[in-house]
Design a protein around this ligand. Structure first.
Ligand code: PEP
Length: 261
């Protein structure tokens, strides 16, 4: 089964409501009358604004094929968790995806493999599709630990998830050293890790179609110049894009690369 590509923008802590709504208009304008959702082999397109801009961006994205997601979700429904947002709250807004375990959350906000797993389960419980981020640091890559680190992160993130759950899960391989650095992984290095993840899914969900159907995105300095090469790799099913997702022209080129144009 061919996997539909997913091009996802992580806006991080950028874009007020007004700026976010404008960015959606500017991305749409890049396609003119030819919205990417009209293409036969269309990719899914996702933008993940900060929580405060989600409502305005959902409004601006009405009538387009753009999905709107969040950048985090807490595992409890409500309570004394200052600064956190629950699945109910995201359901009320109408988000359809959520980024979980981004390396910036792991680095700066104490996210662990265990909390990634809890957030993933919360997302699934609320019918929000998790995009689970994994990635090695430069030190780990240089020490030859990349595949082992990624395997451990994926195993931990997917703990107790069923094959049925996996229908809604996306994994994003994002080498930490490539995020925001301008230095993307080579096509070959990225493909090697993606193939390992798919092989692991085969083992974890033996006898099911999970490995064939799960989308594995690449993230880390993907841009208009390198997207086509990365997206052409057999196990790369889309991109999670930071910096270039804030530039309508560059984001549109990446979407078009996923269309094979
Ligand atoms: C990201 O934040 O997920 C990311 C990949 O950022 P960038 O594209 O800027 O490297």
């Amino acid at each position: 089964m061919a996997r539909r590509k997913l091009i996802a923008g992580n806006w991080k802590m950028n874009m007020t409501s007004a700026e976010g709504a404008q960015l959606i208009k500017d991305i749409k304008a890049q396609f003119g009358a030819e919205c990417p959702c009209t293409a036969v082999n269309k990719p899914d397109v996702l933008v993940c604004p900060p929580f405060t801009s989600i409502a305005a961006v959902i409004e601006a994205a009405k009538g387009t094929c753009f999905n709107v997601g969040a950048q985090n979700i807490h595992w409890e429904e409500k309570g004394a968790y200052t600064g956190e947002i629950s699945g109910n709250m995201l359901n009320e807004l109408g988000v359809t995806y959520v980024i979980i375990g981004h390396s910036e959350r792991r680095q700066y906000f104490g996210e662990t493999d265990d909390t990634v797993n809890k957030r993933t389960k919360a997302a699934l419980k609320h019918n929000i599709k998790p995009v689970i981020c994994v990635g090695e640091t430069l030190k780990q890559r240089q020490a030859g630990e990349t595949l082992a680190v990624i395997e451990n992160q994926v195993r931990a993130a997917l703990k107790d998830l069923t094959a049925e759950d996996m229908k809604n899960v996306t994994i994003a391989y994002e080498p930490v050293w490539a995020i925001g650095s301008g230095l993307a992984a080579t096509n070959e290095d990225a493909q090697e890790v993606h193939a390992m993840i798919r092989g692991l899914l085969k083992k974890l969900y033996e006898g099911t179609s999970v490995a064939d159907e799960t989308r594995i995105l690449y993230g880390g300095s993907m841009n208009d110049a390198n997207a086509a090469g990365l997206l052409a790799q057999p196990d790369i099913d889309g991109g999670l894009i930071g910096g270039a997702a804030l530039k309508p022209d560059k984001f549109a080129v990446i979407i078009k690369a996923a269309l094979g144009k």
